[in-house]
Design a protein around this ligand. Structure first.
Ligand SMILES: *Cc1c(COP(=O)(O)O)cnc(C)c1O
Length: 399
């Protein structure tokens, strides 16, 4: 009998019973190691054969032992994939995909709403290696018209970074698959719990475990998850080994501890975020709220069709000049200024006009945009904080 994902997430990697005493701790210990000992040359050869066949094998500390295995299992279960590769950060997972699946002369199509630092990877590394990326507007541009003879990959993120634009991932994936392209999706927003790109047509899902999976803003982690495609898994396995990606057993352990409560945290944060959205929507200083679970969001129908839940992320556009976003962010007290999200705490990021420039979904206006992450604080306190900060920003703008 297959249990619900909530149940499976709690039991993956349970510590095995000690055969002598018949006892075990609830949680798997962090197994720290660089060197793996083999009982015999025969055992070593067995491990090497597995590895040579592209299977998971324990051979050396870089790929870890039981703690890492359990965390890989968490990601494959979350994403409904066949194989997961861990990376030292979400961005490192993205880099692994681009270096693993593209080579000199290749071209990839990238949705213009993706995580910003990918453009930096493009400019500083990929371009110099002869890999070319084209950014496209996923809600507007015709994919077929953009595909070139050397196009190999379509890279998406839904909902998009900054403005949470919902993409029609199944349609985009289908169009890409018709052309023989590999479809990769950054699923940090969904983290495999509320959105599953592999079920919607993607070949590969990339997740920053730094965010909701770990959930406590105390570690960096990434994962690359592949569906049932052994050839693709073998390519990623090879590049994973070549690059030398490795994460510490302590971070793997912390992520395992964090993910046990992810369903509860996410659901709570989603509820609070929706309340914050309703407050903001009615506020006279608010021009627009971006949050696909909100019925007024243009992506709401896609969200209803493709997602099973939501989280604490939202963006808000104010009827105040862009620069007022700075004042408002400074005036907030519970929402602290910081990058990243997915932890237990509320955060605010001032989204500057420059950051939105490459996004076709953004309708340019001299209006302030803030991205909020709603944490586990009392939602009444969060709304009171937003209320006073909006008043302050309006006063300063009028002065
Ligand atoms: C944060 C983030 C990343 C990068 O993750 P890090 O662990 O911070 O490197 C990638 N994609 C998205 C959508 C993110 O929000």
């Amino acid at each position: 009998m297959t249990h619900h994902l909530d149940t499976r997430l709690l039991h993956i990697g349970s510590a095995p019973y000690d055969p002598a005493s018949g006892t075990a701790p609830v949680s798997l210990p962090a197994i720290r190691t660089s060197t793996v000992r083999f009982a015999s040359i025969e055992a070593l050869e067995r491990a090497q054969k597995l590895k040579g066949d592209g299977e998971r094998a324990i051979t050396y500390g870089r790929s870890g032992m039981d703690t890492h295995r359990a965390l890989e299992d968490v990601f494959t279960q979350l994403e409904n994939g066949a194989r997961a590769f861990l990376a030292p950060s979400g961005l490192a997972a993205i880099t692994t995909v681009f270096l693993g699946l593209l080579r000199a002369g290749d071209h990839a199509l990238v949705a213009d709403c993706v995580y910003g630092p990918l453009r930096h990877l493009d400019q500083t590394l990929l371009r110099g290696l002869g890999i070319e990326l084209t950014y496209f507007a996923p809600g507007r541009d015709d994919l077929d018209a953009l595909v070139r003879p050397n196009t190999r990959m379509v890279y998406l993120e839904s909902p998009g970074s900054l403005l949470l634009q919902m993409l029609d991932l199944p349609a985009l994936a289908q169009a890409a698959r018709r052309r023989g392209l590999t479809v990769v999706a950054d699923n940090t927003w969904g983290s495999g719990y509320i959105y599953r790109p592999l079920d919607l047509g993607a070949h590969v899902s990339v997740v920053a475990g730094t965010k909701y999976v770990s959930g406590h803003s105390d570690l960096m982690l990434g994962a690359v998850v592949v569906g049932d495609d052994p050839a693709l898994a073998a390519r990623l396995d090879t590049v994973q080994y070549a690059i030398g990606n490795s994460i510490s057993a302590d971070d793997a352990w912390l992520a395992l501890r964090g993910v046990r409560t992810m369903p509860v945290r996410m659901a709570h944060q989603a509820r609070s975020a929706l309340q914050v959205c309703h407050f903001l929507e009615r506020h006279p200083l608010v021009a627009r709220v971006y949050h696909p679970a909100l019925p007024s969001d243009p992506g709401h129908a896609l969200w209803q069709r493709d997602c099973t839940g939501s989280n604490g992320m939202l963006s808000v556009q104010l009827k105040l000049p862009a620069a007022a976003g700075r004042v408002c962010a400074d005036a907030l007290q519970l929402f602290e200024i910081g990058f990243s999200w997915g932890g237990y705490e509320s955060l605010v990021q001032w989204v500057t006009p420059g950051a939105l420039a490459g996004h076709a979904y953004w309708q340019p206006a001299d209006q302030a945009v803030l991205r909020l992450h709603v944490g586990l604080e009392s939602v009444d306190d969060l709304i009171a904080d937003l209320s006073q900060a909006l008043e302050r920003a309006a006063q300063e703008a009028a002065a």
